[in-house]
Design a protein around this ligand. Sequence first.
Ligand code: ZN
Length: 86
Amino acid sequence: MALIPCPECGNQVSTQAVTCPSCGSPVNGNRVPPAAGSAREPMVNAGLLGKVAAVVGAWLVVPWIVRLLAFIAGIVMLGVMFMSAR
Ligand SMILES: [Zn+2]
């Protein structure tokens, strides 16, 4: 485990550390936690995608609910016909 100087404050930081414990600056550029900084614009896109996914999901699911209800109704009608045939 080696120590490297922080690019921001010069504090000796472990190479295992993602950010400097003194100033919070990212030490290794390729290991910056994803929550730091660049997560704001994708949040907006994720919200929009969530709405689109909900609408598309509803369009995909509602016909199956209708088919399921029609299937159940058909079984009930067949049952009624079978019972009334006796
Ligand atoms: Zn630092």
